[in-house]
Each structure stands twice: as C-alpha cells, then as structure tokens.
Design a protein around this ligand. Sequence first.
Ligand code: AHR
Length: 510
Amino acid sequence: MSSRALFTLFCLAANLSAQSSATLTIRTTEPGPKVQRQIFGQFAEHLGFGIYGGIWVGEDSKIPNTRGYRNDVLNALKRIHVPVVRWPGGCFADEYNWREGVGPRSKRPVKINTHWGGVTEPNSFGTHEFMDFAELLGAEAYVSGNVGNGSPREMAEWVEYLTSPAGSLADERKANGRPNPWQLPFFGLGNELWGCGGNMRAEYAADVTRRYSTFIKPPKGVKVMKMASGPTDSDYHWTEVMMRDASRHFDGIGLHYYTLPGNWKVKGPAYGFDETAWAKTLAATLRLDDYLTRHSAIMDKYDPPKRLWLGVDEWGSWYDPEPGSNPGFLQQQNTLRDALIAALNINLFVKHAARVKMANIAQMINVLQAMIFTRDDRMVLTPTYHVFDMFQGFMDSTSLPHTLQSPWYSKDQFVLPALSASTVQDASGKILTGLANTDPNRPLPLTISLNGRTPKSLSGSILSASAMDARNTFEQPSALAPAPFTGGKIEAGSIRLTLPPKSVVVLTIE
Ligand code: AHR
C-alpha cells in the first residue's frame, strides 16, 4: 500500500473513531419491497417445556386453559399477533410419525423423545391440537414434514389428512373432530437434512427433496407453499446445489442461523457475562447480514424474479443451559442482550426484505431465545417478547431505503456499528424506524432526516436497562418492559434524539 493510501486510511479510521453521533436519512419517496408479516414468525418444537407445560396443559389442568391451551400464554401471544408458527420441529420433526398424534389421546402411543432429553413424549399434542392452536392464535400453520426417517407416502397422507375435503383420510379427520380441512399455508420438506434430518450431502438432499415434493398434492385450488430444508450459516454450497437441482420443486428454502457467544461445546452463559461477551455476541448476530447477502445472490442466479422465499426458519441465541435444568431441554435466560439480538435480526430481515419473506424465532416458549417462560401457573414475558411487541407495526409494511452513518462500538477485537436501523412505511403512511444502540456504555445522539417529507409528530417506545443482563424472572416478571420514548424532538425539519446505551427504540413518525 502506498504511503498516500495509508494516510487516507488513517484519516478515515481517525474520523470514524472520533465520530460520536449518527445520522439516518430515510428516502421516503423510494418504496422498497414489502416487509412480510411472516418475518415475525415463531417456532414451537416438542422440546423440553416448549409444548407440554408451555402451550399445552390439557383440559383437566388446574392452570386456566381453553380446551387444554394455557390462557395466559394464548392471550400474550394474541397480543403480538403471531403471524405463523412452525411445528413440530426441528430435529423432533425428523422422526415424527403424525399418525401417533391423532385419534383419542388415551390411545396414542407414548414414545421416547430421542433428541431432546430422552424423556417420554405422550403424543397428546398432535395434529389437531397444533392446527387448532394456530387457529386460536390467528396464525398460519407451518408444518414440518418428516423426510428424515419417514416415507413419502406418510408425508403425502399427512398433507391429505390436513387439506382434503373428501376421502377416507378426510373421514378419519372428521371422526377425530374436524369436519373441514385446515388451511396449510406452509409445509416443510424436512428439517436440517444436512444434520439431524439424515446427514445428507447437498446433492443427495436435492434429489430427496424432489422426490418427497412430488407427492405433496393438495386439492385443486389449495395453495401449500413447500419449504425446502436449507443451509446453515455460510453453507453456500448447499444453497447452490438445492437451487440448481431442486428449486423447481419448492417455493421457499429455510436458512438456520444461531447466535452463540462461544462455540458449540462451550456456548457461554445467558447472564452474568462481561462486556467482551456482549460485543462478541452482537458481532456474531451481525454475521447474518453477509450470509443473507450471499445466499440471496445464489438464489437470484437461479430465480431472478424472486419467486422463492428465503425463510430464516430457525434463528436466535443459544447459550449454555440454565444451571440445574435438563441440558436436553435447552432452557436459558433471556436478557437485554437478547432484546438487542432480536432487534438486530429484525433489522436485517427488513434490510433483506426482497428475498427474506419469513423467519421463525427459536423458540416460542421456554426453549432457547424464548418469547415466554412458564413455570406451573406463572408466566414471564421476556425482553425478546417485548421487542416483537414494539415492532408490530412493521408487519406487512413497505421497506424504505436509508443512508446511515454511525460511530463504531468496539470492545477488544469486536467492532460493530453502534447504530442498527430499519425503516418502513405502514399502510396508513406513517414511517416507522427500529433502532438499536449496541454500545453498552455511551449514549448515541442521532439525527433523522426524511428525504421528501417533513416530520410533524413523533412517538415511540424504548427497552433499556442499566445492566447488560437485565432480565425478567418469576420473582420480578416486569423488571424489563418497554416504556414510552420521550427523548426525541423535531427541530428544523429533522428529528433529533439520543439513544441511551444498550437500548432498542421503535419510533413512529407522522
Ligand atoms: O431449535 C433447536 C434445534 O436446533 C432444532 O431442533 C434443530 O433444527 C436445530 O439444530
């Protein structure tokens, strides 16, 4: 490198580190792709207390319930308008036999959940219980089929049982209490075929996907989107091969990406971590940006009109299990750091809205980056739940491009922009922006300008706390909750505000 180039680089670095405020210019006259409500989807697996105790307690439970579903959880989920729920797994789906989960509950076989804790699986929550749950929530169903150890015939019959108005399987469904077919907007052609779904090579998985897909035949006029099992992280070869060899046989493909502060052996604690772990975790989450860019580019090569959905159908934080819990149950606390992870991920989904049309956080209740915890008859809403609540206005909005200048936040070798932002316009014309200050120490002054509009009013909500690992517990369920954001004002046609350290803010601008 020439000395002149080095000098320029030095000036740039010095300038960036000196910059202490951020600017965000929203280009309001250049509407971008739609932000599908399905990016706020969730994932509920037969894993630990994800289903049993979390969603389902059974009709005879002392815990207040509606036909066996906990009322507190139902109501909390209804409040955030969950758009879509993926079920029954995950790795659980790769061994699931749907036939064992229909018919009188007392006659259903009790199996061993070989993936998750080796505990017994009573099968009392099966197809009817899930589909009714989704209907009660007003959510779309995303049923994940078993390509792992199930046959194409089993899978085809499951789809027929779910969607057919006539025939023996429809009669059986009627006899089991459901006369009308259900809506089945999404059906998964297996899960993690590269891992617990069969340890396949991409080339083999593409052929298997073609084969299973052939036998998914919903009735005439009924659309079921077939979601293929996609890559993990940066496995671009997987995407390339699936797109090249099988994309005519599916409507979407699912990427899985988990945020770990450490590695798969030692992931790191969910709370009680230091600032290095904070920075490292948020930097790990932001890697998704590059993954989405590159997987999308491969999809663009084979699907220029963007017919196919990229669904991030498993995402979230994964830490060491909660001390004292069954390690196979993947129970972990959820802190302010998880709120930041949620906001950063949502902002990335919006940024990539041209291709990312669905995302399912792992998971809904009591598992991994959970939205909700339950213990007996008590319930806690996590910081992640609150972020989903704050972003509700983004569902089915239109993305708006923006230009962002931000100072860097760095700790040790981890360097990331202090500001993360997404910008959209809702159906009524209001502009919404989702903001996060990743710096746990310094407030971030921010000026927002609207290219093509003059802001008239401003409102919003904020989630923040003084501790990086602030959290809600059964003893203190409301330690961390959103509050109205009052730290902004309109001045000379721009919006000026200060984002407190480690905060998530969602603003509505009229
Ligand atoms: O969400 C937990 C597990 O993570 C899922 O079962 C599997 O698909 C993934 O590896």
